[in-house]
Design a protein around this ligand. Sequence first.
Ligand code: PEP
Ligand code: MG
Length: 592
Amino acid sequence: MKTNNIIFRGIPISQGIYLGKSFVFNRYKLMPRSKNGIVDIDRELQQLQKAFDDAKVEIEEMKKHIGDILGKKYSDILNAQILFLEDNELHKLIKLNIEEKRMNAEMAFKSVLRNYINSIETQTSNEYLKDRALDFKDIGMRVIDKLSGILTSNIKESRNKIVISDDLSLTELLKLSREKITGIILENGGKTSHCSIVAKALEIPMTIQVKGILSVLKSDKNIIIDGRNGVVIVNPNENTRRQFEKKKMEYIDELNDLKGIRDLEATTMDGVKINLAANIEMPLEVDIALHNGARGIGLYRTEFLYIEKGYPPTINELYMDYKQVVEKINPNSVIIRTVDLGADKLFHDIYLGKEHNPFLGWRGIRICLAKEKIFREQIKAILKSSLIGDVKIMLPMVSTVEEVERAREIIDDVKKEIDYPEDKHIDIGIMIEVPSAALVSDKLAPIVDFFSIGSNDLTQYTLAVDRNNYRVSYLYDSLHPSVLSLIKMTIDNAHKNSIWVGVCGEMAADPFAIPVLLGLGVDELSMTPLNIPIAKKIIRTMSISEAKIIADRALKFNNGEQTREDIKKGVLEKFISLKNIYFPRSVNDDII
Ligand code: PEP
Ligand code: MG
């Protein structure tokens, strides 16, 4: 690649500037053929058989577990994968590749798998069969992993590099993050997808929807990612490199400055204290939260243990996980959200089959109430952890009063089952993330202890915009007056019933949204730990009376952009010293 400074622009997700080497993440990369075509045929055939046998044992185990928990209808979904492993035609083709084409076992298997998947994907218009291609990819990866650990070894090559991919699943991100990757650039991806949220939490600079980058970029090339404004520069020249090194240092200095306010309270100029809490996905993030001055965990997303394992963890595994968080955050509280599977949280592909409209389908509390065993086991673990610290329960994806009533009945029943101390009260709150919940918040408030507004989903459901779909991302705006009206209604109804309200969607950390949320009367903001100091700085520089005026105007505007312009004119001028954080200069200023 000769040209210097090939510039791409995408959507910024996670701040931070990094200069380094690229790693193109390719799930289905073929291993090179063995040198000189020398292959020990017997050994390769044995390895192949062993990989198939091991994969089958694993699927049978998973099938049994799923059957126990969800019933036969769901465990039978895995039959297709078992049939695939037993397919004689498939075995013949792979053997042929090893014996006659002298391929090693991985290569022989992958080349057959790829043809298989290609023929399904390109030659059929049958949606059902196309969906089956996904099953084959899934089982394919399992066999490949057994044969060569390719997924693992491929991921290991990412150590300390900037990862470029079409998209990343949460599991892939979690595996990559263990290699200390220094940035993520995706051709696709969604602003509030769980991969984006976790990348932010892990403080990995990230830019999404960088169209065309995969067609020019290979691994081990020099690259710059600027997660402040979504700029990616491939093959930067010396001058550009120097400029970005300087910006990186300035940015780090500003962040350090902000951390100086870590131990101060988030109190407005007119004396109103806002609770600033952290959103976490894994226990290890509690340290990051504390380091950034969080006063408690406002949202503990508990899906990841389920997703990583591929099936529900045991009560003890759950308890050990919660115990770590509760102990570390003590004496502050942790809000444990009961598992919000479904939609884009991949677990459901295996357990629940495909749905045409997964975001409107079986998700969150709906799954928990239908598959009570999953819910009861998690509640047991949460209740147990509440005996060692301040723990609250939160239910996701609530859309009706009856769901909350039923969940409460089950929780009471579990308390009896485990002899939970009668004199101990545990707060039960709900997420307000579906418009119907906001609209009946007057009926919900009397039966819960708190509300937490999930603005990511509330925005997607109010504006009918898939939070992960880049084609409609221009419509996704949490500051749209329709969303703000629902937030106002929720807060007003909560306060009338003397309960508190938090916001735990990405909006809670948006410098443009914070003044509006304060003006609407929110009591707590919970966010990615890294954003806490910035939020605190804004809160400490504002008064509630000023925020109320901003919020009133925001409710009357036609769209969120007008609110941003309004706030830019006034409030943000106060933060000009934090130029790298608030005002990443225009792309052209940045690049020579
Ligand atoms: C939300 O919807 O705003 C939220 C916090 O939940 P999640 O992002 O996990 O769906
Ligand atoms: Mg949500």
